[in-house]
Design a protein around this ligand. Structure first.
Ligand SMILES: NC(=O)c1ccc[n+]([C@@H]2O[C@H](COP(=O)([O-])OP(=O)(O)OC[C@H]3O[C@@H](n4cnc5c(N)ncnc54)[C@H](OP(=O)(O)O)[C@@H]3O)[C@@H](O)[C@H]2O)c1
Length: 269
């Protein structure tokens, strides 16, 4: 994810390259991984954040508290810190970094690696408009960005964070289906991909509710109504509703460990 962001920034705003600094646990292996990209690799996280206006934390959630402790004292007041760690609330960031730092929590998805992420951002208690603006301009280099209330971040995780999985499965199914009715695998997959992209573009371009577009392509006695009958019998829409709801619940469960426990409650309860 961190690398996807670096690539996005370098593509959209290459003039920023001289100001970009990256770090990981081991500078040598990071240099190898980003070979060919015009960015400076710092030896430590502390060195990376010194003098920074905007810091992005793209480590795994369980590692985040230790990284917050490492960089805390090197951050100047007014710095914006964006965390993309799934499930980690802004309160943990705010407590870990102390006053004067504006935190933004973000949930991109894997399509950030091709600059087509659907990303949501949420503010914390002390986030200023400039923090949101910085986060938005950074994350928009890898796709679209919407702001939501933090309490909706689990829903975002269920829908767009996990969403590529649903569509990979649908694409796999359509590709198999094309093969079943006689197309080559390559032709079937290409047609399925373009159909998915084209349908999404049509919904966006017209601004219509998908159900209205579905109705438009459903002619009496035709193929669409016949296929629709089959899909309704299989309960495709109910399956998607179930999947997003289940992923949202799982995200809530995973995030529960970050919430303060009422006095006397034991861990894991
Ligand atoms: N992948 C997704 O689709 C996705 C979507 C939404 C949100 N996220 C969030 O994005 C974050 C990163 O996910 P990812 O999939 O990119 O994971 P990843 O591929 O494992 O990347 C994590 C990076 O953190 C570095 N790292 C580990 N310990 C570190 C430390 N102490 N200091 C500095 N860097 C350290 C690792 O490099 P070294 O091992 O070289 O240190 C690695 O480059 C996670 O919090 C995840 O929840 C991911």
């Amino acid at each position: 994810m961190g690398l996807a962001l670096v690539r996005g920034i370098l593509t959209v705003a290459p003039e920023i390259a001289p100001h970009l600094v990256v770090s990981s646990r081991e500078a040598g292996s990071l240099r190898e991984r980003i070979r060919g990209l015009d960015v400076r690799v710092a030896e430590t996280n502390l060195e990376a954040v010194k003098g920074a206006q905007l810091v992005v934390l793209a480590v795994k959630p369980q590692i985040l508290p230790s990284v917050l402790a490492q960089v805390k004292d090197a951050l100047a007041p007014g710095t914006t810190v964006v965390s993309i760690a799934a499930g980690v609330p802004t309160t943990v960031l705010e407590e870990g970094l102390g006053p004067g730092i504006g935190v933004v929590r973000a949930m991109p998805n894997v399509a950030a690696s091709v600059q087509a992420s659907a990303t949501a951002i949420a503010r914390g208690k002390t986030t200023r408009p400039v923090d949101l603006e910085r986060a938005r301009s950074l994350l928009s280099t890898v796709g679209m960005v919407v702001e939501v209330d933090e309490e909706l971040m689990d829903a975002v995780t269920g829908l767009s964070g996990t969403g590529p999985l649903y569509l990979f499965l649908i694409l796999e199914g359509l590709s198999d289906a094309g093969v079943k009715v006689g197309l080559s695998r390559a032709t079937s997959t290409e047609l399925a991909i373009q159909t998915l992209v084209g349908a999404a573009q049509l919904v966006r371009a017209t601004g219509e509710h998908p159900a209205k577009l579905r109705d438009l392509v459903t002619s009496p006695g035709g193929t669409a109504i016949t296929a629709l009958h089959s899909l309704e019998k299989s309960g495709l829409k109910a399956m998607l509703l179930d999947a997003v709801e289940a992923a949202t619940k799982r995200s809530q469960e995973l995030g529960a460990k970050w919430r303060p426990r009422p006095p006397g409650e034991l861990p894991g309860h």
